[in-house]
Design a protein around this ligand. Structure first.
Ligand code: URA
Length: 212
């Protein structure tokens, strides 16, 4: 399978381990939530490694030190509701001062296109780095539409973190947004006729919120 340059499957022993537990249908609600948070932290660690840095100076107890800092107030986490909210918790453990903009998308019954019913994003999009969070990159429709909306606001620094991806979503997303990098924990086999990822983990929202 051809993997686009802007799509990265993060190969890490702990991510493999946690994905095994996340996929297991016998994993309970509490543990599932904790694992999603933990997997997001591992993916987020890798996804944020090239955030831009600024030089700064601090006084240590001994002397002056030249240090590097991330402009955390310019980082905006964008969880796509509802399953993305649990990923925001993981990312906030890494970047506790990040801003959070929430997006809710649903499919229009007539056009079948994703439309947002909720879109609350901090202003000054041009100077922000947006980290879009959705555990499942399935068809890609929702996440493509979210990035479209962010770009409409002037955003040009956007990256996405997904726990599990389908080849169909990867291809659709990477064709539409070649300038936006996607970090994922696994590239699965395919989508089934109900657009669930196979083997996947089932419905991420239902498993996170106990609505199955
Ligand atoms: N959304 C989910 O929650 N699971 C899938 O497999 C695909 C989309």
């Amino acid at each position: 399978m051809n993997i686009p340059d802007n799509f990265q499957v993060i190969d890490h022993a702990l991510i493999h381990h946690k994905l095994g537990l996340i996929r297991d249908k016998n994993t309970g609600l509490k543990e599932f939530r904790e694992l999603v948070t933990e997997a997001t932290m591992l993916l987020g660690y890798e996804a944020t490694k090239d955030l831009s840095l600024k030089d700064a100076e601090v006084q240590t107890p001994i002397t002056t030190a030249q240090v590097k800092t991330v402009e955390v107030a310019d980082i905006v986490l964008v969880p796509i509701m509802r399953a993305g909210l649990s990923m925001a918790e993981g990312m906030l453990k890494l970047i506790p001062n990040a801003r959070v903009g929430c997006v809710g998308m649903e499919r229009d019954h007539e056009t079948h296109q994703p439309v947002d019913y909720y879109f609350k994003i901090p202003n000054q999009a041009q100077k922000r780095t947006f980290i879009v969070l959705d555990p499942m990159l399935a068809t890609g429709g929702t996440i493509i539409a979210t990035v479209d909306r962010l770009k409409d606001l002037g955003a040009d620094k956007i990256l996405c973190v997904c726990i599990i991806s389908a080849p169909e979503g990867m291809e659709a997303f990477c064709e539409q947004h070649q300038d936006v990098k996607v970090y994922t924990g696994a590239l699965d086999d395919h989508l089934n006729s109900s657009k669930y990822i196979v083997p996947g983990l089932g419905d991420a929202g239902d498993r996170l919120y106990g609505t199955d």
